[in-house]
Design a binder for this molecule. Structure first.
Ligand code: MN
Ligand code: MN
Length: 257
């Protein structure tokens, strides 16, 4: 049995503004294995360990098939790390996790709360996954970090679902955690400032630095049982810098898993 399975989900049909994230998994892997960096996290864990199985990238035709792909990899017995894809995949991936971990906490790093009841008529838009997750009771706690786009509807949804929001405007990273239940980490790259991560569909200034996100991952007081990195959009990137950031964050997350 492998300790961690990596799966890439080629999917961006639920993006509301720009397509592109379907190409992300392959490009993040290429950055990771380009020879530009070694495969160790800053804490000394290797992304090249024998315990890690790379299951490759999956071309998705049906949104609802993502749950089954994830469930199959979870059934192998280890943890699953997912490269997206737009953020809509998180609902399907987390749904599969919730069946293995009836008590699951979620930490979401994002500029956006993604709590819309529907977005432009679509309940499964990348603006909605955490509304679906909370409606179905798939998480005990949902903690969001980096949020800087709350509108009245989403603030209302957050209150309705008891979401714990750490908004960017008054962020104190020392107040995040500990997490008592197994933790799923969902990392939307637009949580970082576009100065650090230009390769995303929605540029939302005033975000997290690369260092803040790395420190947050390294210092998390939690048992991370699953994670994703989503919303890399190569069409918006400069010289692959966001792909290299995603690869670096991938090493840090894998190291903590
Ligand atoms: Mn998101
Ligand atoms: Mn976002």
């Amino acid at each position: 049995m492998k300790n961690i399975t990596i799966q890439g989900i080629n999917w961006d049909e639920k993006s509301s503004f720009q397509r592109g994230p379907a190409q992300a998994p392959k490009l993040i892997r290429e950055a990771l294995h380009s020879g530009s960096m070694n495969l160790y996290s800053e804490l000394g864990a290797s992304a090249d360990e024998e315990g890690i199985l790379d299951a490759g990238d999956f071309d998705i035709k049906d949104y609802f098939s993502i749950e089954g792909i994830t469930a199959k990899h979870l059934a192998a017995g280890g943890k699953v790390f997912t490269l997206g894809g737009d953020h809509s995949i998180a609902y399907q991936v987390i749904k599969a996790h919730a069946k293995h971990y009836p008590k699951l906490d979620i930490l979401q790093i994002d500029a956006h709360a993604d709590l819309y009841d529907d977005f432009e008529g679509d309940k499964f838009s990348h603006a909605c996954p955490f509304a679906r997750i909370m409606e179905e009771g798939l998480a005990v706690r949902l903690v969001q970090v980096g949020i800087r786009t709350l509108n009245p509807h989403q603030a209302e949804q957050a209150e309705r679902f008891g979401v714990e929001i750490h908004e960017m405007r008054n962020l104190d990273l020392n107040t995040i955690g500990p997490f008592e239940n197994p933790l799923y980490l969902s990392l939307d790259l637009d949580g970082l400032d576009p100065a650090f991560a230009p390769g995303v569909s929605h540029h939302e200034p005033g975000g997290l630095t690369s260092r803040q996100v790395i420190n947050l991952i390294q210092n998390l007081d939690a048992n991370i049982v699953g994670a994703d990195i989503v919303e890399y959009n190569p069409d918006r990137d400069h010289k692959g810098m966001t792909a290299f950031l995603a690869a670096k964050l991938m090493k840090e997350v894998l190291g903590r898993m």
